[in-house]
Design a protein. Structure first.
Length: 300
């Protein structure tokens, strides 16, 4: 991200106030998502529930920006949303409330988790719209945006200083990582954290690049497919409990994603796009009988 400040600093650098709203929303979204995990929310449910940002993005786009969508695209989004609802209901577990779980009066932790995920869902969709507006007004500076958003968020996370300190101590107390019977003298948790950070950097870097070259709804669809792949890996590798409704719900999400992609191809088949991962000019909506789309997004 430092590269975003040193190499990609450009004329007309966006001021702090431009990013302030985005940074605050970014923090709230991450806080709600992380807290929901403590509320009886299965991680696969967490992944696929966030795919509902498609419907949220389309809804906010209609009410806040007056956008219109084709019937096919609406059906695709509703199909994905239907899969999410089915998966949510199939994942409900009425197990007794544990004193170690997050509680608020007599409200079941599962319900609190759903509320937090819903709030994060709406704010995440609104965040995409805010980023669209920012790129449209100040230029498409993806690297700069990624650096500013994550750097300016660091002071806010001091609010969670105690939890972060506890997590660091817990990570330090994990067993040392061993590879081929050789002790690397690195706590296993820290090795996992480093690997996650590297993979997340690659993913987030490409998401920000994609955000700068297309609409937030298209970006949301791509990230939803990534979450769907993560869901499948979770079922196979972790062994989360599942039933036929889980499979059918995931199937609807997959079919809806395919339908959405088909609509995207249909609407761009007569349009020439130059999608460039840099900071050059993005040419769109030139009516020509070909499509030139270059996407290097790493779906990780």
């Amino acid at each position: 991200m430092l590269k975003g400040l040193l190499i990609n600093a450009q004329e007309g650098l966006l001021f702090f106030r431009v990013y302030l709203k985005i940074v605050i929303i970014f923090f709230i979204v991450n806080f709600c998502n992380n807290t929901s995990i403590r509320c009886d929310i299965y991680f696969p449910l967490f992944i696929i529930f966030k795919s509902g940002s498609l419907f949220a993005n389309m809804t906010l786009g209609t009410f806040l920006r007056g956008r219109t969508y084709t019937v096919k695209k609406i059906v695709a989004v509703l199909t994905v949303t239907g899969g999410i609802i089915m998966f949510t209901m199939a994942s409900y577990d009425s197990r007794p409330i544990s004193t170690s779980e997050l509680q608020f009066f007599d409200i079941p932790p599962f319900c609190i988790g759903i509320v937090l995920l819903t709030l994060a869902l709406l704010l995440s969709a609104y965040l995409g719209i805010c980023q669209e507006d920012m790129y449209r007004t100040y230029g498409k500076h993806a690297k700069q945006s990624m650096f500013m958003v994550h750097t300016l968020s660091i002071p806010i996370y001091l609010i969670l200083g105690d939890e972060i300190s506890d997590a660091i101590r817990a990570a330090n107390n994990t067993e040392s990582l061993t590879v081929f019977d050789y002790d690397l003298c690195i706590p296993t948790a820290w090795a996992n954290i480093i690997a996650i950070c590297v993979l997340q950097y690659i993913c987030i870097d490409n998401v920000y690049r994609l955000t700068a070259i297309t609409t937030s709804l298209n970006v949301t669809m791509v990230t939803s497919i990534r979450k769907f792949i993560s869901l499948l890996i979770s079922f196979v590798a972790i062994g989360n409990p599942y039933n036929i409704l889980h499979f059918f719900g995931a199937f609807l999400v997959f079919i809806g994603s395919i339908m959405f992609f088909a609509v995207f191809i249909e609407t761009t088949i007569n349009t020439k796009h130059y999608f460039t991962f840099g900071y050059g000019v993005i040419y769109e909506n030139e009516l020509r009988p070909q499509v030139n789309i270059t996407l290097n997004l790493a779906l990780m």
